[in-house]
Design a protein. Structure first.
Length: 354
């Protein structure tokens, strides 16, 4: 069944600090504090009149939900709980900070039927966290993740490659630390420099060099691939496009493109495909994939098809084969077939002769 999110934006509400990269008014395109009536209205607006069965989830995003006053949390949760009890929605989720998770808060969330908590982790490197003025430590992430897990919540981690102070070694350490914690899901948002943030000022002063889109794709692809190999589903890569984010006067630099998710998957698939093509001695007859993988396999705007033609000085036959599982690329020669399991990062070779 299709999952559909009913977003309730709480921009910067509850945030004890202002992180250097963050401007939720721009990222979410919303301002102000929602109240119970607006939550109820939003649920009705999304769900009423929809004929097909959907897995509706109410999501409190854009602030630090568990850090807002308890009375407001309860006011906002009450209409969501009512809709949950009536079967109009299937789940409630929120995002918050790792240092704002306590047993008492989790008890409140549970009472109101909230089951999924996403933590703004960003990095597990103390230098990066300090420069971003996050006001929490990597230990807070470990503690919050353990508390959430032992209370039975689904735990999500949100990561931001490209923050000030992050280099390749730092990215690798953060990725390894998250893989050890193994959250139930992850989102990866390469840093975009958004107007009205401290990071934008550092950028204007020449004190911060943002990632290019190419660098953002590389870092996010590395992180996503490691997460998938560890069994951590990555449910989003790159910021959701909004009118504000698509306005160049609002995004001053960094790795923002509405196509980030596709570019990252293009990179992951291409790297694995080329590593097989580089080593196959026989003549490759065809490259095949399930129809759901066509754009990832052939690449965003067919970039992989074009690069393969240049790199191997020949045109390949690109096939759709819906007998292949999603996520698998098959490289076919006259007597062998190589199956690249892209999420696992593994390759299996089968003889197809006779
Ligand atoms: S990143 Fe999270 S905690 Fe920091 S200012 Fe933005 S919403 Fe608040």
């Amino acid at each position: 069944m299709k999952t559909s999110i009913i977003p309730i934006f709480i921009p910067h509400i509850g945030c004890p600090y202002r992180c250097v990269f963050c401007n939720q008014w721009r990222i979410t395109g919303h301002q102000g504090v929602p109240r119970a009536a607006s939550v109820a209205a939003q649920i009705a607006r999304y769900t009423e009149g929809v004929q097909e069965q959907r897995h509706w989830e109410v999501a409190f995003y854009g602030g630090s939900f568990t850090a807002i006053p308890a009375a407001l949390q309860e006011e906002l949760l009450a209409p969501a709980k009512e809709a949950l009890d009536q079967g109009r929605i299937a789940a409630i989720r929120c995002s918050t900070r790792p240092d704002c998770i306590t047993p008492e808060t989790l008890q409140r969330l549970s009472q109101y039927g909230l089951t999924i908590v996403e933590l703004g982790v960003q990095s597990m490197d103390a230098v990066v966290l300090n420069k971003a003025k996050r006001g929490h430590s990597a230990d807070d992430v470990v503690r919050a993740t353990c508390l959430l897990r032992s209370a039975g919540f689904t735990v999500g981690h949100q990561l931001m490659p490209g923050l000030p102070g992050e280099d390749r070694a730092s990215l690798v350490r953060t990725t390894a630390a998250i893989c050890r914690l193994k959250p139930d899901l992850a989102r990866i948002y390469p840093v975009a420099v958004i107007d009205g943030t401290e990071l934008a000022e550092s950028y204007k002063q020449g004190d911060y060099r943002p990632l290019s889109i190419h660098e953002g794709v590389q870092r996010a692809a590395y992180m996503k691939q490691r997460f998938l190999e560890t069994g951590i589903p990555v449910i989003r890569t790159g910021l959701q496009a909004t009118c504000d984010l698509d306005d160049p006067s609002q995004v001053l630099g960094g790795a923002y493109t509405p196509a980030m998710g596709e570019l990252v998957d293009t990179k992951r698939y291409q790297k694995q495909l080329f590593s097989v093509l580089d080593t196959v001695a026989d003549q490759v007859m065809a490259i095949a994939c399930n129809r759901h993988d066509i754009s990832r396999t052939r690449g965003y705007h067919k970039v992989t098809v074009k690069r393969a033609a240049l790199r191997y000085k020949r045109s390949f036959t690109w096939q759709e084969d819906n007998g292949l599982p999603e996520g698998t690329i098959a490289v076919r020669t006259a007597n062998r077939e190589y199956h690249i399991e892209t999420s696992a990062g593994t390759v299996q070779c089968k003889n197809t002769e006779g």
